[in-house]
Design a protein around this ligand. Structure first.
Ligand SMILES: Nc1nc2c(ncn2[C@@H]2O[C@H](COP(=O)(O)OP(=O)(O)O)[C@@H](O)[C@H]2O)c(=O)[nH]1
Ligand SMILES: [Mg+2]
Length: 379
């Protein structure tokens, strides 16, 4: 049996090291808090250990001592390890509840909001001990808001050249219609142009053309992205250029190539990319979309379908971790009413309201699973 000791900043990191260096069959023997975080002893290579009882079985007073085959041993050790890990998580969680009930309660609240494990842990760890729960709660929510970057109403105040990218059906064309209508109401129809490069999809060009006719705004549709720089050059004096693109599945094989073309044009023509994301999508889908569309090097995001979202925790965690500024939020289908410049505090307040309305709460088991491994670094 090989026993090794690992020191890491938290239990999760220690377990990762154990798994990486000793493999999936390693068994945790002990753990304790140390100045650097946590120290874990783990053992592998049980061949000698499993052979030891065999030699004992030759003793006269130990008849019929049977040893399970090595495969079975591995499975048994794994299940013991899982059991130990979950027991340790439970102990750590219970300990946090005793040491620092306000912080444990706060982790539960943040988890109810649907915020990610890492953001919740970071927020709670940054809150000084000794505060009342209400104060700690207020500070944590202010911490979420501080981590959300916004652009303000810059686009509709000063103009710009923006291409809207994002998954299919998230509301790119609708957002463009709202922005264009607002611009026309606030400024003039003459200094804006709408461009559609959504040539593949039936009806996509017509949407932009109809919008242009309704608003009295000039529109163009192009089949080939390579025609975009010349078109932008011809309309260099326009203050607002909004470009509608074909929605793409994040899994689309063409996405990297298209992203490459777009970013090259964007650099040469001073074009900004706006990643359009639906708050009604599941957190996992959102993370995937952000990762894939990162290839377009978006300057900011626009969040749609806030009105359909059951929870905003996943969206807020993502915005906080990517630091992608949010421009506008769309909360309905009405053009141009349902659009507003993003405000971090409003998004957080909306998230709290949605959670309260839905009555979503995290069960004890889920809290132990999410925070047991990090509880010892808090407080
Ligand atoms: N509830 C709701 N629906 C929206 C919102 N934005 C867009 N939609 C609807 O979502 C559907 C797809 O929108 P569209 O703009 O065509 O998406 P695109 O494929 O990204 O261009 C349409 O039925 C829109 O009316 C929103 O903020 N809330
Ligand atoms: Mg569209």
């Amino acid at each position: 049996m090989k026993i090794r000791t690992f020191v890491a900043k938290d239990m999760r990191e220690a377990l990762r090291q154990v798994r990486e260096q000793q493999g999936p069959d390693a068994v945790i023997l002990s753990s304790r808090s140390v100045a650097e975080g946590v120290e874990v002893s783990a053992a592998t290579d049980f061949e000698q250990a499993t052979h030891a009882p065999m030699s004992m079985s030759s003793l006269p007073d130990e008849p019929n001592y049977s040893v399970p085959p090595a495969a079975e041993v591995g499975a048994e050790l794994r299940s013991i390890r899982h059991m130990l890990e979950s027991q340790m998580s439970q102990l750590a969680w219970n300990d946090l509840g005793r040491r620092s009930p306000a912080q444990a309660e706060l982790l539960k609240e943040l988890s109810d909001l649907g915020l990610s494990q890492s953001l919740s842990g970071e927020l709670v760890a940054g809150i000084p001990g000794g505060l009342s729960f209400a104060d700690a709660h207020r500070r944590a929510l202010a911490g979420v808001a501080r981590r959300i970057r916004v652009t303000g109403d810059a686009l509709l105040e000063r103009g710009g050249r923006v291409a809207f990218v994002g998954p299919t059906g998230v509301g790119k064309t609708t957002a463009i219609a709202k922005l264009a209508a607002r611009w026309v109401m606030r400024h003039s129809a003459r200094d804006i142009v709408l461009i559609s490069v959504d040539a593949q999809r039936f009806g996509a060009q017509e949407q932009i053309e109809v919008l242009g006719r309704l608003l009295g705004v000039q529109t163009f549709t192009i089949e080939d992205l390579q025609d975009l720089p010349a078109l932008l050059m011809r309309h260099a004096e326009r203050r607002l250029v909004l470009i509608d693109t074909a929605g793409m599945s994040p899994r689309d094989a063409d996405l990297p190539l298209r992203a490459q073309q777009f970013t090259r044009i964007a650099e040469d023509s001073g074009l900004q990319i706006c990643l359009t994301l639906s708050a009604a999508a599941q957190a996992g889908v959102l993370v995937d979309a952000v990762e894939r569309f990162q290839a377009f090097a978006p300057s900011f995001a626009l969040i749609t379908k806030i009105d359909e979202a059951m929870s905003l925790g996943g969206t807020l965690s993502l915005l906080a971790s990517t630091q992608l500024p949010v421009s506008y939020v769309s909360e309905g289908q009405r053009i141009p009413e349902d659009l507003a410049p993003a405000r971090a505090h409003q998004l957080v307040a909306r998230s709290v309201l949605l959670t309260r309305e839905s009555g979503a709460t995290s069960g004890e088991e889920m809290l132990v699973r999410r925070f047991g491994g990090v509880a010892h670094v808090i407080a």
